[in-house]
Design a protein around this ligand. Structure first.
Ligand SMILES: *[C@@H]1O[C@H](CO)[C@@H](O)[C@H](O)[C@H]1NC(C)=O
Length: 206
């Protein structure tokens, strides 16, 4: 058994690596697919030139990948070594409550196409969403998810979970560097088109 720091994390367990792979894979996957859709309409073509249907299909795929990732993470938490110093149920419940609130209210504010990369399909929001939770953080979905990962790790008292949470944080941070400038440009482009099309009264979003 290859363990470090007196058995905090058991690096001989394959589930640890599968879980780490799933965490890194998901945002990589949806960014590659979304950019391919934006540039070549890949998914829209695949779904009979129906962008809405294609976006829903991607939403279901991303959601399912998320469930799979969470299931692997749950397995890691049940099988990795327990360490009392990482066991903090009250902090855990607080993090889980806050994290889930951020994620669920984001879903509610953005809707399915807004949550699942509709912008890349040409399905744009009419106006930028500025209410809760977007007045607290610009990426409530990502930070809410990170809080839930940490909360679950502290609920189980598993250092391996905290390590994977660090990975989740870094992966989301990298995803934001990649996604934010791109989606900003999609909306900036629409603004330029609106200004070019109508005089004064902007055209309603398509
Ligand atoms: C965010 O908006 C909600 C209402 O949508 C409001 O109750 C809350 O005080 C706002 N928070 C901040 C930090 O502005």
């Amino acid at each position: 058994m290859s363990q470090i720091a007196g058995g905090f994390i058991d690096f001989s367990q394959n589930t640890l690596y599968f879980s780490a792979l799933a965490i890194a894979f998901n945002p990589t996957f949806w960014n590659i697919v979304a950019r391919s859709e934006y540039h070549n309409k890949t998914l829209t073509r695949l779904f009979g030139r129906n962008s809405l249907r294609a976006c829903y299909a991607l939403a279901i795929t991303i959601f399912s990948l998320g469930l799979f990732r969470d299931a692997l993470y749950g397995r890691v938490l049940r099988t990795q070594p327990y360490t009392p110093t990482f066991h903090h149920p009250y902090i855990a419940y607080l993090l889980l409550a806050l994290g889930n609130t951020l994620v669920l209210t984001s879903y509610h504010a953005l809707g399915i196409t807004g949550t699942f990369l509709g912008d890349y399909f040409g399905i744009l929001m009419d106006e930028p969403v500025t209410g809760f939770p977007f007045n607290i953080t610009s990426a409530p979905m990502y930070w809410g998810s990170t809080m839930s990962f940490l909360g679950t790790a502290l609920l189980y008292g598993r250092p391996a979970g905290v390590l994977l949470t660090v990975e989740v944080y870094l992966v989301y941070l990298a995803a934001l560097q990649f996604e934010d400038p791109f989606t900003s440009e999609i909306y900036a482009k629409r603004e330029r088109e609106r200004k070019g099309n109508g005089k004064g009264k902007g055209k309603k979003a398509e």
